[in-house]
Design a protein around this ligand. Structure first.
Ligand SMILES: Nc1nc2c(ncn2[C@@H]2O[C@H](COP(=O)(O)OP(=O)(O)OP(=O)(O)O)[C@@H](O)[C@H]2O)c(=O)[nH]1
Length: 171
């Protein structure tokens, strides 16, 4: 069986849930990797970066090796939403590109009483980037796997592949 390796980076402000989403995804996908009807297999290398802020110097290695990026903010933090815009701009700058495959994720939907960023704001921002958008709860395992399957599908579309069935392992 052959694998396409896909390197994905989790980026965002401190404490938005990058590690929690990664751990939830890795544990949730473990059983699926035994599915015998696999047609496309992706080996995902998931890099959970340390939280950034608007003043962080963008480490060059974050732009070199990745096929796609999960940009995470918390729906309870307006600041994390502002910071994600800056991270995105820095990413494009660093890559010297007008487009990179991105999924924008508003995490912590279970804390709806503390919501500070309306869903519509997230969607509008993602549209302006031509990116996918999802709200998630790492705590309640809400839409977590969708983040990664959307990003993989987007990367494949960008590469001119339109295969519908896919599966993955994480290393
Ligand atoms: N209620 C709730 N809490 C969450 C959720 N995701 C993460 N948290 C909590 O938010 C805090 C930060 O989560 P992390 O996953 O460590 O966040 P991070 O973005 O990796 O943080 P840094 O390593 O500082 O960049 C922890 O206390 C988590 O338990 C969520 O979906 N809902």
């Amino acid at each position: 069986m052959t694998y396409k390796q896909r390197n994905l980076a989790m980026m965002g402000y401190r404490s938005v849930g990058k590690s929690s989403l990664s751990i939830q995804f890795v544990e949730g996908q473990f059983v699926d990797s035994y599915d015998p009807t696999i047609e496309n297999n992706y080996e995902i290398r998931l890099v959970d970066t340390a939280g950034q802020d608007e003043y962080s110097i963008f480490p060059a290695q974050y732009s070199m090796d990745f096929h796609g990026y999960v940009l995470v903010y918390s729906i309870t933090s307006q600041r994390s939403f502002e910071v994600i815009k800056i991270i995105y701009e820095k990413l494009l700058d660093m890559m010297g590109k007008a487009y990179v495959p991105v999924v924008l994720v508003g995490n912590k939907t279970d804390l709806h009483q503390e919501r500070a960023v309306p869903m519509e704001e997230g969607r509008k921002l993602a549209d302006s980037w031509k990116a996918q958008f999802l709200e998630t709860s790492a705590k309640q395992n809400e839409s977590v796997n969708d983040v990664f399957s959307l990003l993989i599908a987007q990367i494949e579309r960008d590469n001119g592949n339109t295969s519908e069935k896919s599966s993955c392992t994480i290393s």
